[in-house]
Design a protein around this ligand. Sequence first.
Ligand code: GLN
Length: 525
Amino acid sequence: MTRYIFVTGGVVSSLGKGIISASIGKLLQARGYSITIQKFDPYINIDPGTLNPYEHGECYVTVDGTETDLDLGHYERFTGIRTTQANSVTTGKIYKAVIDKERHGDYLGKTIQVVPHITDEIKHRIMHNDEVDFVISEIGGTIGDIESAPFLEAIRQLKWELGNRAVCVHLTFVPYLKAADELKTKPTQHSVKELQSAGIQPDVLVLRTEKHLSDGIRQKVAAFCNVDLECVVQSEDMPSIYEVPVSMQRQGLDAAILRKLGVPVGETPKMESWHHFLELQQSAEKVVRIGLVGKYDLQDAYKSIRESLSLAGIYNHVKVKIEFINSENITKENVTEKLSEVTGILVCPGFGQRGIEGKIIALEYARMHDMPAFGICLGMQMMVIEFARNVLGYKDANSSEMADTPHNVIDMMEDQKNITNMGGTMRLGAYGCELRKGSKVAEIYGEPKISERHRHRYEFNNNYKEEYEKNGMQCVGTNPESGLVEIVEIPSLRWYIGTQFHPEYSSTVLHPHPLFVSFVKECNK
Ligand code: GLN
């Protein structure tokens, strides 16, 4: 009997609904339950694949090749589940499904309306996940947004139909007014009223706050919002997001949810491996500075890479300090100075011309000075181009994404050439890769066959493969079906590896990715 947990947010955005949803998932897993977490995004895009990272942060890719919201990265890192397209739903997807059905004649004779057709489609996407004990559905946006209305109506109906098999966890903000030296609960009261006016009574409230909330404040909120006192928990700022599940467990968030759902609570699980991880994190002192060479000066744009680096640091007993180095500002003249504070560089994925020359200059510096370098997707492609220009002597070498030259060492994939639609048409999702025996990557992975997630249109041009290998850059990972090159490395250097895929998508708290762990280890030498 699957149970459903809806997570909504009010007052302001960026309260960390994704972290709270992931934490609830983690805590229920620790009690032995199977879970899944899905994100509903109220915007009309089919997926965030075509969104500029400045608008929406990183685009996260699932194993089945769905381009999704970065919150799915939190879900996977916290819980270790593998998400799929069922975990990421947008208003665009809902409407598209309904309109496709209408054209197909499935509703013949009927007027198609938001209620019941759109809301039924939303309910279907929620109820469809019935193989797990708990489905956690996070609703993006903030209560009161026009866009989220159909989602709230679907939740209202489901709560009514499912009775105590469904609960609503509502996340709000309690601001601190410095001048008055007071914490204010009014916005929370208003937000709950707004939810109640949509016919939804929240069962649990999570109050986001910068300062500790007294019992008095919690009592006040409980009384004004018709919520049990034990169901009002606070989410204070934490030094690390990975402490949130423990803080939630301490306050009994999971127990409160189970009680509301009529599930026996039982003993509080110990979560030994999680605590072990937190101890490692807290005891790490030595700082390793790693340069993140990219073009988006925005924390969320490279979310999974940042998390993967810091997780890898923790397992190396060090604190990774990420220095963002804007590749647009790197020149031959200043590269030595720009990289002087870091012991390794990670060259980021990306699209388009902007900032690529700086990436190439940084990589040339790393190669010439034997500084550990990790290239991901576009970063790997820049490694290949830099090598062609400066070692193979093809001064005009480039990717056909940027320029048509006689030496397109990175070229468009054959099956991409006739595609004109932008959305969801890249090489997406997990593909197999065979590692060359004796290579550095084979040693790092410790297994000959791996599977990793992709998101790109261009690829290593196999016409040049022999020339690269003769001159010292080895193609050590290939896809067995297509022969596409997935990994390059320069074995004569300490750590110089580029991957066409995105290892950052599969690094989790309890299983940090071996490439990141090995890279940080080398940067720490
Ligand atoms: N723009 C490159 C491509 O499409 C790389 C994409 C990426 O870095 N994700 O192949």
